[in-house]
Ligand binder design. Structure first.
Ligand code: DAT
Ligand code: MG
Length: 140
């Protein structure tokens, strides 16, 4: 067990429906601290690079279009086992399979519009955080 940082995105379906506060309430109730946060409109190159690992997948084009369709909120979350804990709070990628009480079960519209992103490992968390935040923007 260790204090970790993870990278989070509240996706366009959240900002569009005015659910930023509702999702943040779930994050904070889980004991994760929002130590950096900003609302941005992702550019196409940013979205393509961020989801580069999926570029050969059939849903890649749709995923990029969705991510740049409306503003998003990018965040750094800090806490005990923050990476795994946030994945738990998020719920399964497919909201139909997400457990009760999770963000995706409660708010996600579909597999594509599934409300949140969270890093899947320490290495990806570090890379993703560095893509959107400087050290001085992270305030613990
Ligand atoms: P997660 O966001 O749970 O880490 P992932 O990394 O496998 O899931 O995929 C990234 C995003 O891509 C996911 O949040 C939604 C989209 N996606 C994944 N699989 C998909 C599919 N089969 N159809 C449509 N969108 C998909
Ligand atoms: Mg992922």
């Amino acid at each position: 067990m260790a204090i970790e940082q993870t990278f989070s995105i509240l996706k366009p379906d959240v900002t569009r429906r005015n659910l930023t506060g509702a999702v943040n309430a779930k994050i904070e109730a889980a004991g994760l601290r929002i130590v950096a946060q900003k609302r941005i409109h992702m550019t196409r190159p940013q979205a393509e690079s961020f989801y580069g690992v999926h570029k050969e997948r059939p849903f890649f084009g749709e995923l990029v279009e969705m991510m740049i369709s409306e503003p998003v909120v990018v965040q750094v979350l800090r806490g005990e086992s923050a990476i795994a804990k946030y994945r738990e709070v998020m719920g399964a990628t497919n909201p139909e399979k997400a457990d009760a009480g999770t963000i995706r079960k409660e708010f996600a519209l579909s597999m594509g519009e599934n409300s949140v992103h969270g890093s899947d490992a320490p290495e990806t968390a570090a890379t993703e955080i560095a893509q959107f935040f400087t050290e001085s923007e992270i305030v613990g």
